[in-house]
Write a protein that binds this ligand. Structure first.
Ligand SMILES: NC(=O)c1ccc[n+]([C@@H]2O[C@H](COP(=O)([O-])OP(=O)(O)OC[C@H]3O[C@@H](n4cnc5c(N)ncnc54)[C@H](O)[C@@H]3O)[C@@H](O)[C@H]2O)c1
Ligand SMILES: O=P(O)(O)OC[C@H](O)CO
Length: 358
């Protein structure tokens, strides 16, 4: 297997876990952290721990850290960008003039900006020069940091507009416990990764209110329909929403106790205030801000997204969770699948039957 030099920007949970993975895969790995103390701990053979974002996990001896962003950029053949979405543009502005033509940048963030309603691919394409756009890839899919670091079997999707770049990242990051699939549907993968966080907050609320397994399954299924409608209207391929970045990450984040987004919803459902929840969490739950972006995006493209809107109202307008869920349950009764779409496909089927030579 080819070994390269990996640089990771972002010493949070996911950046740290991907560094563990890359070190284990034999890549020479250097992580950028903003905190002198975290850097010293990672570089100290007696400590080897990220005590702020990845407590209790012994990091590989070969993993090194630096607080010098440009040293990490200069080190890397493969640069993993693992900062929360609100910090992506500012981080890129600091590094864009230092990127070299041979480097590949892999974005791992899952969110949509409030101000511009951009997914992370759009932020990268806005901030980086056009000459670098074909060197960018995106990693998404069901992948809790803690499980990646502990070598639990994980499958993710690598998306890129350039097939050669996509295949290279897929090959460099895949191991016997971390299997990467590939796709050219960057738009679909980016929207799926961001929107599932909103659904996870909703699922947490349903669990926090003790609505039971039926309610959770309904929310996942109807929420997935909303994600498909919205993402397809924005240019995604529908099959991507049934893939790892779509249904795969929805299942994980809506049901897994390790999800920060689900935890936010759970605590909101139990009656805690958002400010208190956020203040008590070191980690970022991207769905909090993305719920506003998703609600605005749906309005902009005139797509009906009642569950996403409900999450937005509870999170940002202090709507009462129980009353909001009652509203969802008493909406006008409707067909499960658009009747015109269903009728068209049935007609096609009948037409095929009637032309059967037998
Ligand atoms: N944790 C996971 O399991 C996981 C899995 C897949 C994808 N992701 C995605 O990866 C991205 C990073 O998440 P994470 O879990 O590593 O983060 P985290 O919540 O563990 O840590 C927060 C990160 O934000 C950084 N940060 C805080 N303020 C900043 C600022 N002003 N400027 C720059 N950076 C700042 C911190 O240094 C730290 O790296 C998110 O988009 C997340 O959705 C996370
Ligand atoms: O902990 P969450 O809710 O941010 O989810 C983490 C990852 O996105 C799971 O794939």
């Amino acid at each position: 297997m080819e070994r390269v030099r990996v640089g990771t920007i972002g010493g949070g949970a996911f950046g740290t876990s991907l560094c563990v993975h890359c070190s284990r895969a034999g890549h020479e790995t250097l992580i950028y952290t903003r905190d002198e103390g975290v850097t010293a701990d990672i570089n100290n053979p007696q400590v080897k721990e990220n005590k702020v974002y990845f407590k209790g996990f012994r990091l590989p001896g070969s993993l090194r850290a630096s607080t010098n962003l440009l040293d990490v950029v200069a080190h890397a053949d493969l640069l993993l960008l693992c900062v929360p979405t609100p910090y992506v543009a500012a981080t890129l502005e600091k590094i864009r003039d230092h990127l070299q033509p041979h480097q590949v940048l892999v974005s791992c963030s899952k969110g949509i900006l409030n101000e511009t309603l951009e997914t992370v691919d759009k932020i990268l394409e806005r901030v980086l020069p056009v000459s670098l756009h074909r060197r960018i890839a995106f990693l998404s899919g069901p992948s809790f940091a803690a499980e990646v670091a502990r070598e639990k079997p994980t499958c993710v999707t690598i998306a890129a507009r350039d097939l050669a770049v996509c295949k290279r990242v897929q090959m460099l990051l895949s191991t016997g416990r971390f299997r990467c699939y590939r796709t050219a549907d960057v738009t679909g993968v980016e929207l799926a990764g961001a929107l599932k966080n909103v659904l996870a907050i909703g699922c947490g609320m349903v669990d926090g209110l003790d609505f039971g397994g039926n309610g959770r399954a309904a929310l996942i299924t109807r929420g997935h329909s909303e994600i498909v409608r919205l993402a397809v209207a924005l240019g995604a391929h529908p099959l991507t929403l049934s893939g790892l970045a779509g249904i795969g990450d929805i299942v994980l984040t809506c049901t897994g106790d390790l999800s920060r987004n689900r935890t936010v919803g759970l605590r909101l459902g139990k009656g805690e205030a958002l400010e208190d929840i956020i203040a008590s969490m070191k980690a970022v739950a991207e769905g909090v801000l993305t719920s506003r972006s998703a609600h605005l995006l749906a309005q902009k493209v005139k797509i009906s997204t009642p569950i996403i809107d409900a999450v937005y109202r509870i999170v940002h307008e202090r709507a009462d969770p129980l009353a909001t869920l009652d509203q969802l349950m008493s909406m006008d009764l409707m067909p499960e699948v658009d009747e015109a779409v269903l009728a068209a496909s049935t007609a096609t089927h009948l037409l095929t039957e009637s032309h059967d030579p037998a």
